[in-house]
Unconditional design. Sequence first.
Length: 164
Amino acid sequence: MNACVYVLTHEHEIHDGLIDMKMIGVYDSRQSAVEAVNRMSGLPGFSDSVDGFRIDARRLGEFGWADGFDEKNLIQDAKAAMVDEAHEVQGITYLVQHEYEYPEEVDHVRFIGVFSSESKAVDLVDFLRKKPGFISHPDGFFIDPYEIGKDHWQDGFVTATGFE
């Protein structure tokens, strides 16, 4: 069975139902992710919405949206699939996400998966670019390296106000 990692995110409402999601980090155990929540929950921004933390268990190499997506249907289930992957977590993982705007100025980010190497992440992106939805937004993919156990957003955040 492939190794499991724990992805910690934080969501909060910016205004009028628009949600901002921050990637906090990737951890090798649920306990490590909970400890990160405890560290982050007192920081600016996070302390205003401590209920916004989310810990998701993910298997390395498992990815969603294998069949693509309908870009106008904002509520869909992501068909999962699997690629060969490592059986233990080491050093750095690579998160694949996809983002596009619909309607205009509203970003939709899809979490695709976590991989043990950048080359596996790149291969997956090449595969998904040919699928429905992704084919219309081929430049919306991004691959980010995350060191296991490293917290991001260590200074917290400030939400801009004054939207019209």
